[in-house]
Design a protein around this ligand. Structure first.
Ligand SMILES: Cc1cc2nc3c(=O)[nH]c(=O)nc-3n(C[C@H](O)[C@H](O)[C@H](O)COP(=O)(O)O)c2cc1C
Length: 155
């Protein structure tokens, strides 16, 4: 199973969230590649069966500029069977809380097999660990409910 966690983070909150998600995948017996967006080769995107995007929000509910090329790659490439999930941190003081998560959600819903979304206020707290667990469970469920994948595994 090829799973990628790709994240953007300026001050560390979103990196912590990405790390928690990776830990939860491990608890489910799944290993994932894990990388900052700056180190991710977009040509590798189609190689993955699942991609978990983790982003902060910038400007006025905007996708951070370093995430725009990833956003556009999902639109451009054939990823309709890829299981995706979008998580992010934001600040409820802003008018559009986690706007980047909403932007990715709407696009991934159209272009991929979107399983779940998650929004976290600033730095993940203890209670967010449980939410990460639920988030990862939804990704895993979607991966194993793919009819094509089930056929391959049962042979
Ligand atoms: C200039 C600026 C604009 C921001 N705009 C938003 C916003 O529109 N919506 C939101 O939910 N959070 C917004 N935030 C809050 C960040 O998304 C939040 O602090 C996030 O946790 C930062 O993640 P990081 O620590 O991984 O960089 C903004 C922060 C800054 C500094």
């Amino acid at each position: 199973m090829n799973i990628m966690i790709v994240y953007a983070s300026r001050t560390g909150n979103t990196e912590q969230l990405a790390w928690l998600i990776q830990k939860e995948l491990g608890r489910n017996g799944l290993a994932a590649d894990y990388t900052r967006i700056e180190d991710f080769d977009l040509n590798q995107l189609s190689f993955y069966q699942a991609c978990i995007v983790v982003t902060y929000t910038w400007g006025t509910g905007d996708v951070p500029k370093e995430m725009v090329s990833l956003y556009e790659a999902f639109e451009r490439k054939e990823v309709s069977e890829m299981v995706t999930a979008i998580a992010g941190t934001g600040d409820q003081c802003y008018a559009h809380f986690c706007g980047a998560v909403d932007r990715f959600r709407d696009m991934l819903y159209v272009h991929s097999n979107l399983a779940v979304t998650l929004k976290v206020e600033l730095s993940p707290q203890r209670s967010d660990g449980e939410k990460c667990g639920m988030f990862v469970k939804k990704v895993v469920e979607r991966l194993y409910s793919d009819p094509l994948l089930t056929t391959i595994l049962s042979r």
